[in-house]
Design a protein around this ligand. Structure first.
Ligand SMILES: NC(=O)c1ccc[n+]([C@@H]2O[C@H](COP(=O)([O-])OP(=O)(O)OC[C@H]3O[C@@H](n4cnc5c(N)ncnc54)[C@H](O)[C@@H]3O)[C@@H](O)[C@H]2O)c1
Length: 282
């Protein structure tokens, strides 16, 4: 049976076919060609079966976000499928899943590689979204260093002394710094490579969202997370669907004047930290 007679579809590419990414694509992917990339073949099989059963038109590709060639091949495949209207990057590892080097390589450099690769293929009027984290707000980077970082191309980021000396100290610092650098990477792209293509790019910084990745954090530091949740205005964890709702807005037509910005969706955790209602690590 042919479910869809439209041959010329817009393309949605997702790098990191995990919980949040697939919730976002489900929200915006109807009637579009969906290209899912992930390092895990098993995850791709499961998600593509799920999506197929729900009427979405999906193709999968094994991609390693750590390798420029792999990410470029992914972007190239997306462009072969049609006009690339949306790119979403949710490939990442959390502090309790990896050592500092891996977090810097994946959450920071890998994100930069993806932003660069898609800057070559985005359609005019298209939009991108990088999933950062509330952790980006937990370790303020001095202004002069941010200025240096925002103007550093992807391949130079690991050589910036601040990254070498501070981010590499432990996985928590690596994650906080990498996620803040995601904001800067999106700003840089919004003003330069993506602007040239007339495409927009933004970040979302989610708070505690219950996904398999978050369970790894809860298992390592359940009490700390409990205190954080209790101190937040929302008084609860969030869901991938709540992130997807905001993502659909940022990726869609109603946000056409929004680029190079971050949307913090954390149930009030950062407000609690800024006001001293909650102290990290206590
Ligand atoms: N869950 C949370 O509480 C939370 C909060 C803030 C930010 N985040 C961020 O959101 C993003 C998505 O997280 P999630 O909770 O949906 O996790 P998830 O584990 O469900 O999804 C992450 C996906 O990335 C893939 N991946 C890992 N390494 C890869 C690589 N080298 N190449 C390609 N794919 C790779 C994994 O296979 C997985 O499918 C991550 O960047 C995470 O840091 C999560």
């Amino acid at each position: 049976m042919i479910f869809d007679r439209n041959n010329e579809k817009q393309v949605v590419a997702l790098l990191g076919a995990g919980s949040m990414g697939t919730a976002i694509v489900r929200r915006i992917g109807a009637g579009k060609k969906i290209l899912l990339g992930d390092i895990s073949e098993k995850a791709l099989e499961r998600v593509s079966e799920d999506f197929g059963h729900c009427g979405y038109d999906v193709e999968t590709m094994v991609v390693n976000a750590l390798h420029r060639d792999s990410v470029e091949a992914f972007a190239h495949r997306a462009a072969e499928l049609g006009p690339v209207m949306h790119f979403i990057d949710t490939a990442g590892a959390s502090p309790n899943q990896a050592n500092p080097e891996h977090i810097v390589d994946l959450d920071m450099v890998g994100t930069g590689l993806a932003i660069d690769a898609f800057s070559e293929v985005m359609a005019a009027g298209g939009s991108g979204l990088i999933i950062s984290s509330q952790a980006a707000y937990m370790y303020p980077i001095p202004n002069d260093i941010e200025l240096q970082l925002v103007n550093t191309p992807t391949e130079g980021l690991k050589d910036v002394p601040f990254v070498k000396e501070v981010a590499m100290q432990n996985s928590g610092l690596a994650y906080m710094i990498a996620k803040r650098i995601n904001h800067l990477q999106a700003q840089r792209a919004a003003a330069t490579s993506w602007r040239k293509r007339r495409a927009r790019i933004n970040t979302i910084s989610p708070g505690v969202i219950v996904t398999p990745l978050a369970y790894d954090e809860f298992n390592a530091n359940g009490e700390g997370y409990q205190r954080m949740i209790d101190a937040s205005a929302a008084g609860r964890t969030g869901t991938s669907d709540e992130i997807a709702e905001a993502a659909a807005f940022l990726l869609g037509e109603h946000a056409r004047f929004i680029t190079g910005t971050d949307l913090l969706i954390d149930g009030g955790v950062i407000a609690a930290i800024r006001t001293g209602e909650y102290k990290l690590g206590e």
